[in-house]
Ligand binder design. Structure first.
Ligand code: IPM
Ligand code: MG
Length: 358
């Protein structure tokens, strides 16, 4: 199969981790006789430097015309002082909205090889951590009106808005995802305070009638934050709005041991998806070949699975990651005593090699 992948290396460690994911994709292509063509696109700080805009239309067009998009990370202290609507992160929000990828899938799964790295007590980890956060990605407070104005003093507001149809389409993804797993869906909101959450809850319950095989529960977001550390084994699929999902997915990644391991997929109506690790651009270690490329490599695996319908190829990548971890290789962020510390580029080569040997 021939696929055109738009590649956004971005800022900080972005270029380093994306290069390793490409190494692994190339190993897959060679093994299965696929052709992956890569089109570079600029977004984030590097696009601000080059074009004065975090995502110019011509760069977004490259992504819209591709079969899928692989993204490293954007942002860094260099662009901290640029105005809000021109920040690197704005590029990220614009590409999500521009591609219409409303459904962000963030798995929280513990690798047995890294169980010791979880900050949770062993007796909690032993019960298992394997759940998915389905986060609404192009609505809510992130995309409502933002403004700062004078009213005797400076006042700011950010509007949180959801329509029934926006809730329904992400709710469906939640139910469908649960249906393919352990059939448990937890809908997370703040219906004791927010109107948007009360609407959320009522739409999700209306949908539940179409999914009688899925067990639905409701949870307030503050309680959910607590339950993720207290008893993560209770969760199978969590569905929630944009900002709650942002916060809970960082928490969920932490309990698995390293945010550097977690991939994500973002999909909309079509098969063109956006695939990125959930961590940031880590400017403190950029350029030192010290980053963990596994979150990006696993994001590439998700791309093969969800956008290209290549489940065997995706399985190979995930198995290769497991093999390399079992072989004792670790990047700095997941280093444990007695293990062999490797650079970002070595980790990528080891995983690519393992792919070709499986
Ligand atoms: C994420 C990030 C982004 C978000 C930032 C960088 C805009 O934290 O992907 O989780 O808040 O969505
Ligand atoms: Mg985040």
């Amino acid at each position: 199969m021939k696929k055109n992948i738009a590649v956004i290396r971005g800022d900080g460690i972005g270029p380093e981790i994306v290069n390793e994911a490409i190494k692994v994709l190339d190993a897959v292509a060679k093994k299965y006789g696929h052709t992956f063509e890569y089109t570079d696109a600029d977004m984030g700080g590097c696009a601000i430097d080059k074009y004065g805009d975090p995502l110019p239309q011509h760069e977004l067009d490259k992504c819209l015309n591709a079969d899928s998009v692989l993204l490293g990370a954007v942002g860094g202290p260099k662009w901290d002082s640029v105005p809000g609507n021109m920040r690197p992160e704005k590029g990220l929000l614009r590409i999500r909205a521009g591609m219409g990828v409303y459904s962000n899938n963030r798995p929280a799964k513990i690798w047995p090889q890294l169980a010791d790295a979880s900050p949770l007590k062993p007796e909690i980890v032993e019960k298992g951590i394997d759940f998915i956060i389905v986060r609404e990605l192009i609505g809510g407070i992130y995309f409502g009106e933002h403004r700062t104005f004078e009213d005797g003093e400076r006042v700011s507001e950010d509007v949180m808005r959801y329509s029934e149809s926006e809730i329904e389409r992400i709710g469906r993804i939640g139910f469908e995802t649960a249906r393919k797993r352990r059939k448990k869906l937890c809908s997370v909101e703040k219906s004791n305070v927010l109107d948007t959450s009360r609407l959320w809850k009522s739409v999700i319950h209306r949908l539940a009638e179409e999914y009688p095989d899925v067990e639905l529960s409701d949870m307030l977001v503050d309680n959910c934050a607590m339950q993720i550390v207290k008893n993560p084994a209770q969760f199978d699929v969590i569905v929630t709005e944009n900002m709650f999902g942002d916060i809970l997915s960082d928490e969920a990644s932490m309990i698995t041991g390293s945010i550097g391991m977690i991939p994500s997929s973002s999909l909309g109506a079509g098969s063109n998806g956006l695939y990125e690790p959930i961590h940031g651009s880590a400017p403190d270690i950029a350029g030192t070949d010290a980053a963990n490329p596994i979150g990006t490599i696993l994001s590439a695996a998700m791309m093969l699975r969800f956008s290209f319908d290549m489940p065997r190829e995706a399985d190979d990548i995930e198995e290769a990651v497991g093999k390399v971890l079992s072989g004792g290789f670790r990047t700095g962020d997941i280093m444990q005593s007695g293990m062999k510390k490797v650079k970002c580029s070595e980790m990528g080569s080891l995983i690519a090699q393992a792919v070709s040997e499986i």
